[in-house]
Design a binder for this molecule. Structure first.
Ligand code: 16G
Length: 245
């Protein structure tokens, strides 16, 4: 148990600071599975908070399923549950994937609007700098746990009003007959930028998977460019390979 790493300053209520620090230390492996936490009183002293604050933070982490209280023994970091296995051969939306796994998908919209396309968006969507894209930035969650941050960009004529997107972007596209029927994905390993570290509840520079998806209509027209940062501690991306005939 190394207290120094979670004693960095942060904003918000004290219990939330402690909660965030502990949960980030667990997510990054600084606090590894089966590590026993010091007793409540000791933890309160180290973190310079009250015992009530410690109790509240721990209760939350137990509820999240990352800590476990063993009667008469103490509080331990739980062995993480199985990873999310995401099959790359299926063209599904985040919502569909999570529903198939019996999880409840939710999203928080961070930002949305109509913008001039970035160079990446121009190339992916075949647009010029003078065109416009509808762009939506969302935090994507499953059963309340942050899984990914996604920026979806679509030509403005495909999505004139990004305000109509509720939980699922693909539901809106399907209703309009403009959902992609084919997609190309590129997966890159990156270190989590500071700007997304709070959203994903992970320390800055944690290894994450960046996935760019370009989705196409049956006519070949690109209709979607989505860049997502996926938690690599949760996701395994799997592809089935077959011998060429
Ligand atoms: C997935 C797609 C993303 C798509 C989104 C739609 C990957 C890597 N990306 O996250 O491109 O925009 O689903 O989900 O799978 P929604 O319909 O739930 O908004």
């Amino acid at each position: 148990f190394k207290p120094a790493s979670w004693l960095r300053p942060a904003r918000g209520p004290r219990y939330e600071q402690l909660y965030r620090h502990l949960s980030a230390s667990i997510a990054s492996g600084t606090l590894s599975p089966e590590t026993q936490l010091p007793p409540e009183r000791e933890l309160a002293e180290i973190a310079e908070v009250s015992r009530v604050t410690v109790r509240k933070a721990i209760a939350q982490l137990v509820e999240d399923g990352v800590l476990e209280q063993r009667r008469g023994a103490g509080t331990f970091v739980r062995i993480p549950r199985a990873k999310m296995e995401h099959y790359l051969s299926k063209l599904l939306s985040f919502t569909e994937y999570m529903l198939q796994r019996g999880k409840t998908p939710t999203s928080t919209i961070i930002n949305r609007g109509i913008f001039h396309p970035s160079p990446d968006e121009q190339i992916a969507l075949g647009l010029s700098a003078a065109d416009r894209v509808a762009r939506i930035e969302r935090l994507r969650m499953a059963d309340g746990i942050a899984m990914a941050v996604e920026w979806s960009s679509l030509p403005q004529d495909i999505l004139p009003d990004p305000g109509v997107v509720g939980t699922s972007l693909y539901d809106v596209l399907r209703a309009n007959g403009t959902a992609p029927s084919r997609a190309v994905q590129r997966i890159t390993a990156i270190n989590l930028p500071a700007s997304e570290s709070r959203l994903l509840d992970l320390p800055e520079n944690t290894a994450v998977l960046r996935i760019d998806r370009t989705g196409f209509l049956p006519t070949g027209r690109p209709v979607e460019f989505t860049r997502g940062l996926y938690r690599s501690d949760i996701y395994d991306f799997i592809a089935e390979l077959r011998l060429e005939q």
